[in-house]
Ligand binder design. Structure first.
Ligand code: SF4
Ligand code: SF4
Length: 161
């Protein structure tokens, strides 16, 4: 198990070799979806997100109009009130939360709007998706935040070496 306090340093050290290996073995990585799925199961079983909460503290999800409608419904507010209170447009023109840690992260790491959380939150950390080779660069970034991603990438690299 990775200590979350050490993750950033470990991920930084591993970054160059990850990029190199995934680029060099792109064709092999394209065929590794089944293996990534096994690693996803292995590490999501090992890590307790409620004991971590690192993604909700440090990464903001992109929000779609549908996400905003669902949050509004969960909070019994109008979508315009949700936008005014919680949302800003970032430098790329995307809707994101005004503040991080996420305004819906509770002190016990539960999500206040869990049943209606944004799609990007549901899909994070993206280690269970098909065509994983398409998101190796994103996953390298995520490995600085999420120990599950870090572990999956390190195991994949062992396979490729
Ligand atoms: S909406 Fe919920 S799952 Fe998404 S970042 Fe906030 S606390 Fe985390
Ligand atoms: S950073 Fe990863 S392990 Fe931590 S709460 Fe998020 S998904 Fe779970």
């Amino acid at each position: 198990m990775i200590d979350i306090k050490e993750l950033s340093l470990l991920a930084k050290k591993a970054e160059a070799s990850s990029k190199h290996l995934f680029r060099k073995h792109k064709k092999i990585v394209e065929k590794l979806d089944d293996h990534v799925a096994v690693l996803h199961e292995k590490y999501t079983a090992q890590y307790d997100c409620l004991a971590c909460g690192n993604c909700c503290r440090s990464l903001g999800p992109f929000l779609t109009d549908r996400d905003i409608d669902k949050i509004a419904k969960a909070l019994h507010l109008k979508p315009s009130a949700v936008v005014e209170k919680y949302i800003r447009i970032d430098e790329d023109g995307d809707y994101v939360f005004k503040t991080m840690p996420c305004p819906f992260l509770m002190p016990d790491n539960y999500c206040q709007i869990y049943e209606n959380r944004p799609k990007a939150c549901k899909e994070y950390p993206h280690t269970d998706r098909k065509k994983f080779y398409q998101i190796t660069n994103l996953s390298i970034k995520n490995s600085h935040v999420c120990p599950i991603v870090y572990e999956v990438l390190e195991d994949l690299k062992k396979e490729l070496k």
